[in-house]
Design a protein around this ligand. Structure first.
Ligand code: DLL
Length: 446
């Protein structure tokens, strides 16, 4: 396909072509206008924001250009916890039509709320994202994201309906039934976490169902870090194009950014509703376009829960290089991990997604793995537990050879020495939603 055809093709399916292809100057003017309103709204309605602004010696009127945002204080997850449950809401509680919450590893959950207007914006941005991922009105969307307090299920659900699709609200779990429904209803689009999509592919194979022969065209995968290697694996196993979608509950839920199926190369961040910055996670200074650091997001239209410079902890970089699809919105390149997921093993920084990329590239292994952390005599160790492919030979000698090979590749690609445990097929726990990649036994041991 030539680039021109690709652009026309992609444009045909844009949910909101005027906005998605808006020239930069116009987009920046829209952002400035909305940013001023958001700062004023947060300052007037949320005492916690007012206190933070006052302490930093800034007021909403100090913002004259988009660059002035750098003078405003960051918001972090503990601000939500400290104001649990509704303290950061900028509207009376009765105006909040929906609550979602994410359970943290420690303490209270993070609670987020949406007005009618916010729910409308969310549906629209999810519809835009799904269309960018290849969905079209009339498609059947099999929604395997969890329904409930997690934003994935309902977020994708209302977006798909807004686009004009038929939604199958199946949520996570009951995987054999999911395969049967995908077959019987002839799903066109699969929405799920990448790890759960892999689980579906495996269960289907076990049932003797070849998903590649079904009408399924696109997978819209997100909610956890995944690698290019995992993308290729999912595409091969499911016979689809796999597209990356990003979001977080504190900002919206799914639909903050999404790849286009044309380029599959970075996620278009919807800049008419959000302002993206990347900062150095140590110094907190803004980094230039293209540099890798922590993603910081400011909402531009949120009513119930405006967020000013929210530190996502997600590691990525932005690019403003034009995309072949014709969309002008800045792309967030794949989120490779979180600052708080980063493992430091004897001085080497390791992200689980880096290990994933190595494992999937090796023959005779299944893409199921977990990293186990232990501590002995104040020294941290990492054990990679990975499964053999179902058809690989599993005698002791082959396992030992395989373990040596994995250890060597991880050492040479990532620079860390690991212990390797080669598990038999089916021994690594399967994901029903967000996969648990790291088992940290250090606190228990010490
Ligand atoms: O995971 C929202 C979502 C649902 C996004 C469905 C995409 C699809 P939370 O539970 O609040 O919200 O978790 C947000 O998940 O800060 C990232 O660390 C991670 N995350 C989300 N999408 C991606 C992605 C939903 N595409 C946290 N790649 C975020 C890497 C992702 N990490």
């Amino acid at each position: 396909m030539s680039i021109a055809t690709a652009v026309e093709d992609a444009k045909a399916f844009m949910f909101d072509p005027d906005i998605e292809t808006m020239p930069r100057a116009q987009l920046a003017a829209l952002q400035l206008d909305r940013l001023k309103k958001t700062l004023a709204h947060a300052y007037a309605k949320v005492p916690a924001f007012r206190r933070k602004f006052d302490a930093a010696g800034v007021a909403p009127d100090d913002l004259r250009t988009l660059q002035d945002l750098a003078r405003f204080p960051f918001t972090v997850k503990t601000d939500l916890r400290d104001n649990y449950p509704f303290g950061l809401f900028a509207v009376p509680r009765e105006k909040v039509l929906r609550l979602h919450a994410s359970s943290g590893t420690t303490g209270k959950p993070t609670v987020v709320g949406y007005t009618r207007g916010d729910l409308d914006t969310w549906s629209e941005l999810m519809a835009r994202s799904l269309a960018s991922a290849g969905a079209e009105p009339g498609d059947i969307v099999h929604n395997g994201y969890g329904y409930g307090l997690f934003t994935g299920g309902l977020g994708a659900h209302y977006g798909a309906e807004r686009l004009g699709c038929t939604v199958v609200p199946v949520s996570g779990g009951g995987t054999e039934r999911q395969v049967t429904l995908m077959q019987d209803f002839a799903a066109d689009i699969l929405c799920a976490t990448p790890s759960y999509a892999l689980n579906i592919a495996e269960v289907a194979a076990g049932m003797g169902v070849d998903i590649r022969t079904l009408p399924l065209r696109f997978g819209v995968f997100g909610a956890e870090p995944w690698s290019e290697e995992m993308r290729r694996e999912l595409e091969a196993r499911l016979g689809i194009k796999a597209v990356d979608i990003y979001g977080l509950s504190e900002i919206l839920g799914p639909g903050v950014a999404c790849e286009c199926h044309v380029a599959q190369d970075g996620l278009h961040g919807w800049e008419d509703h959000f302002l993206f910055e990347v900062v150095d996670p140590e110094t907190l200074q803004p980094l230039p376009m293209g540099a890798t650091g922590e993603l910081v997001i400011t909402t531009l239209t949120k009513e119930a829960l405006p967020m000013i410079r929210y530190r996502t902890r997600d590691i990525t970089r932005l690019t403003d290089e034009p995309c072949v699809c014709g969309r002008t919105h800045t792309r967030i390149m794949r989120v490779t991990g979180r600052t708080d997921d980063m493992l430091i093993i004897r001085g080497v920084n390791v992200y689980p997604s880096q290990v994933e990329a190595v494992l999937i590239g090796l023959p005779d292994l299944a893409p199921h793995y977990q990293l186990v952390l232990t501590r002995k005599d104040a020294l941290d160790s990492i054990t990679v537990e990975v499964e053999l492919a179902a058809d690989a030979s599993c005698d002791e000698a082959s396992r030992a050879r395989k373990a040596g090979e994995v250890r060597h590749h991880i050492k040479s690609m990532i620079g860390v020495t690991c212990d390797i445990v080669i598990k038999s097929s089916g021994e690594v726990p399967r994901s029903q939603g967000k996969a648990i990649r790291v088992k940290d036994l250090r606190k228990i041991a010490s």
